[in-house]
Design a protein around this ligand. Structure first.
Ligand SMILES: [Zn+2]
Length: 360
């Protein structure tokens, strides 16, 4: 294996904890893939989201051969909610994907219409997984998804993730944008309204809050900028282009993002918070979209992230803690952005790797 460009050994004088341990990360994801979903059954987080972290993580790590493609496709497709007929598409419900089997209600013999509970975030994860395994998207009933998703958009332009009774914020605008982009069908989104909602979330300090008037936050800022990019309202590399005509305040946004890199090299989600692995992606990703990643200190960011790398594989939220799938995934995406050897490159806006047919 000495010639394998994907493996780096610590034998060249670099200590082990200074290296990104790709093999151990693959084993960590493989272990989670094999035992999914039973250990997480008690958690609120849905199985599709966990599967997205595992499968997309393996793709970033160039190890998609560890999964059974057909099994994955069949399982994801089994979670899709289907309208019984064309009229159902006007009943206000969303026909996307369920987060897990347990949220699929059996409505046979039920006279009353039972909500199907499919969710925008689950739908984003389902479509992302299908994209990663190179499923043929012409086989997906995209018009049911788009037509019913239209009902989730509120009059202020925001999105509700399910058909009724949930909060609306930038996260779900982002989910709707990714879904539309993956399906290549934007008929489910009033882009102009969505844009105005996003712009109303930019705070006085340049970052974005989850809803208008809320404190700026790294995750919300990513959702705002990535959505605007997916909808075509902003270009890549904004920082090097004329910014005075841009619909967002780029200099203030840039300053807010750069100030989130703390003295330990990691990124914090908000001022006065400690560095957390996931913000290396949420805020590092915004800087990358803006074409401003050259202004962050990549060396110290890498050093911080390696203090969160677990000896069991995966990444933790804070240094020297136990890993979890969420922070592991965003650790991998961060190392991909840092151009770690042997990792697939990322589509920052979509949050997945860009390279397909890499099953070897
Ligand atoms: Zn975090």
């Amino acid at each position: 294996m000495a010639d394998d460009p994907l493996s780096r050994s610590p034998a060249d004088g670099v200590s082990e904890d200074q290296l990104f341990d790709r093999e151990r990360h693959i084993r960590y994801l493989e272990m989670n893939y094999q035992i999914l979903p039973s250990p997480y059954e008690g958690q609120e987080i849905n199985h599709l989201t966990l599967a997205y972290f595992i499968i997309s993580g393996l793709h970033i790590l160039h190890a998609l051969d560890r999964i059974d493609r057909e099994d994955v496709i069949n399982w994801v497709l089994s979670l899709q909610a289907h309208p019984k007929n064309e009229d159902d598409l006007n009943n206000g419900q969303f026909y996307g994907f369920h987060g897990s089997k347990s949220s699929q209600f059996d409505s046979v013999d039920n006279v009353v219409s039972v909500p199907n509970n499919s969710h925008l975030a689950s739908t984003y994860c389902a479509l992302a997984i299908l994209k990663i395994v190179d499923y043929d998207f012409s086989l997906i009933d995209s018009s049911s998804i788009s037509k019913s998703m239209k009902h989730l958009q509120q009059s202020d332009g925001s999105f509700m993730p399910i058909h009724t009774g949930a909060e609306t914020d930038l996260r779900f605008v982002y989910c709707a944008a990714v879904i539309s982009s993956l399906l290549d069908n934007w008929s489910g989104v009033d882009k102009e309204k969505a844009k105005n909602y996003i712009l109303s979330c930019q705070s006085y300090d340049g970052g974005f809050g989850l809803i208008p008037g809320q404190e700026s936050h790294g995750g919300a800022t990513y959702c705002a900028v990535a959505s605007l990019r997916l909808m075509g309202f902003i270009e890549d590399d904004l920082v090097s282009k004329c910014t005075s005509s841009c619909i967002i305040d780029v200099p203030l946004l840039l300053e807010w993002c750069l100030q989130r890199q703390a003295v330990d090299g990691g990124f914090q989600g908000r001022p006065n918070k400690i560095s957390d692995t996931c913000y290396a992606f949420w805020i590092g990703g915004v800087l990358k979209i803006l074409g401003a990643n050259k202004f962050m200190n990549e060396r110290t960011l890498r050093e911080f992230l390696l203090t969160c790398q677990s000896k069991y594989g995966g990444f933790s939220k804070f240094p020297r803690q136990l890993p979890d799938l969420y922070h592991s995934y965003y650790g991998f995406t961060a190392f991909s952005m840092l151009q770690e050897t042997g990792l697939n490159s990322l589509n920052i806006e979509l949050g997945i790797s860009t390279i397909h047919h890499t099953l070897i």
